[in-house]
Design a protein around this ligand. Structure first.
Ligand code: PAF
Length: 304
């Protein structure tokens, strides 16, 4: 990762010196297609950053990475009802629309697409995209239907934007893996890129749902990153039993009374299949409830 970061900074500096471009805002697919065709006619590579809004530094870093590679950036804001379960937070999901627009404009987004729900899911819309197996474990087990909603909307967005690159955050590693697989299985030509998880100074992974935490919960929420640090230390110290790596995470979590475990999993980073022994590229994925927030985090690690 180090060389990439240096590149980002170096190129980021040159971007900062360029005159800021005005962000164009559109609502309908036809306008997106026209604007993207125009960018491509002028020789631009197009990167796409799909979001559900509540923009934070994690999203901003994806835009920065895309721009650092020289692409023009299309972002979308769409709180996708299809990926929320009936008892989940769709209605309360934060929607600070004006602030989001300002942040994306400042980050250097060229085109912001805010589709109305009726455009993506007109009456009678029946098509769903399901990536089998990868979508059933971890988040898929806790949130039935979630990844079907994600894959369906991402495919629909991709078919309109037709970008050269798609940028997703490593914090949602399972989501990224599923979309990578969907892109491969369907023969889409877009290149899927992952941006590193962006963290607060105390390690908490940035997430729109952190907004639900009160001060005491916010302190306890650091348990997720602390637990992952303990897992990393165990593996770096030679631990090869997945059960003992999971136990290392849980030992940390016991010190934080507001943390209620959903899962602590050690899986193969490609197949997401559970591992008994630490080998190859490993994903330690965790999910917990802290107050009314359900938080996830992960760590990717390669065993030598
Ligand atoms: O990660 C998200 O914000 C969403 O799952 C995504 C990819 C924008 C699809 O709605």
């Amino acid at each position: 990762m180090r060389p990439a970061r240096r590149t980002v900074r170096r190129r980021g500096a040159s971007i900062a010196r360029r005159a800021p471009r005005r962000m164009q805002r559109v609502r309908h697919a036809a306008d997106v297609r026209r604007a993207v065709a125009d960018l491509k006619r002028r020789g631009a590579r197009v990167a796409f950053v799909p979001t559900m809004g509540a923009i934070h530094e994690g999203h901003v870093s994806l835009v920065a990475r895309a721009r650092a590679g020289g692409a023009r950036v299309v972002a979308s804001i769409f709180v996708n009802p299809l990926q929320f379960g009936p008892r989940e937070d769709y209605r309360h999901y934060p929607r600070p629309v004006r602030r989001d627009r300002a942040r994306l404009a400042a980050a250097g987004v060229d085109l912001l697409w805010e589709p109305p729900a009726g455009d993506l899911y007109p009456a009678g819309h029946r098509t769903r995209v399901r990536v089998t197996e990868l979508g059933d474990a971890l988040e898929g087990a806790s949130r039935p239907g979630h990844f079907e909603g994600v894959a369906t909307v991402v495919l629909q967005l991709l078919l309109v934007v037709m970008p050269d690159e798609l940028w997703l955050g490593q914090k949602d590693a399972q989501q990224a893996r599923i979309i990578e697989r969907m892109v491969r299985d369907l023969g889409l030509t877009v290149r899927v890129r992952r941006g590193a998880t962006v963290r607060a100074a105390d390690g908490l992974a940035l997430s729109s749902r952190n907004a639900y935490l009160d001060a005491a919960e916010r302190r306890d929420a650091t348990a997720l990153a602390r637990g992952l640090a303990a897992a990393r230390a165990a593996m770096a110290g030679g631990e090869r039993s997945a059960a003992r790596v999971r136990a290392a995470v849980r030992r940390v979590w016991r010190r934080f009374p507001r943390v209620r475990e959903d899962y602590v999993a050690v899986v193969d980073a490609d197949t997401l299949a559970p591992l008994a022994r630490i080998r190859g590229r490993v994903l330690v994925a965790v999910a917990a409830r802290v107050g009314r927030a359900r938080l996830i985090d992960n760590l990717e690690w390669r065993a030598r």
